[in-house]
Design a protein around this ligand. Structure first.
Ligand SMILES: [Zn+2]
Length: 241
């Protein structure tokens, strides 16, 4: 059930029978010269849709909330089109959204996150909500991290605008992918260096991986294993790992 499509009486009826809400969280930011700025929201939105469909088959109801499009993206802010919301403001904003769901009576809030920079503020926001609402738990799902092993059984590598993300975008929005511009390589720094415009060094052109081997088939394989596993976790079934 997509929340934005419901009337308030429909929502009120639904919340009595559904205790889990999925909140997709993304980012508007540079993803190389080959992927759209909305990549980090397109992916969790698609995963949320598939998780909901799978849960329906398992007889489990879930509410999918409208996504949080803008995220915290200090590192990629060196590139045009990146919209960075400061960590404190982003944390407070997501915390307030989650508080509303807790007040409405949802007992499990699944943050379906599509962007690495959101990680720390989301943990802080979740901790505050958990502290205030002891009956509500927050799950932070970072699809590319939590299911890394599965992804690396499909792709030879993963990274920002890399083979995995590019494959996922080829599966869901092929018309938005410019494969002729897909190039890059993996870069790592020994320690985390925080400085302005560090993205120009660590993410040349907004890429940190080699995306050239991406295919729609790989993307489909990633989406199906990730959504299956998330659905099974939510339904309380063994995810098979
Ligand atoms: Zn991304």
């Amino acid at each position: 059930m997509r929340m934005e499509e419901l009337t308030w009486p429909e929502f009120e009826k639904l919340k009595g029978s559904v205790d889990t809400v999925i909140l997709p969280v993304g980012s508007v930011e540079a993803h190389g010269r080959h992927l759209p700025l909305g990549t980090d929201t397109f992916a969790p939105l698609e995963i949320a849709k598939r998780v909901e469909e799978r849960l329906q088959e398992l007889g489990f109801g879930v509410l999918v909330a409208p996504p949080v499009w803008y995220g915290h993206t200090f590192v990629l802010n060196a590139y045009p089109g990146t919209v960075n919301v400061g960590g404190g403001a982003f944390m407070a904003y997501v915390r307030e959204i989650m508080r509303e769901f807790a007040v409405e009576g949802f007992r499990r809030i699944v943050l379906l996150n599509g962007h690495g920079g959101n990680y720390s503020p989301l943990v802080l926001a979740a901790e505050e909500v958990a502290q205030e609402f002891p009956e509500t738990e927050v799950w932070l799902v970072n699809w590319w991290l939590d299911f890394r092993e599965d992804i690396l059984s499909v792709c030879s590598s993963q990274g920002h605008a890399g083979e995995d993300e590019t494959s996922v975008m080829l599966a869901i929005r092929p018309g938005l992918v410019r494969m002729e511009e897909a190039r890059g390589r993996k870069r790592r720094s020994k320690v985390r260096v925080i400085k302005r415009d560090v993205g120009r060094e660590l993410f040349p052109d907004g890429v940190n991986d080699d995306p050239s081997g991406a295919t729609a088939e790989k993307g489909e394989a990633i989406l199906s294993v990730v959504s299956e596993k998330i659905a099974r976790l939510i339904a309380g079934e063994n995810d098979g790992t």
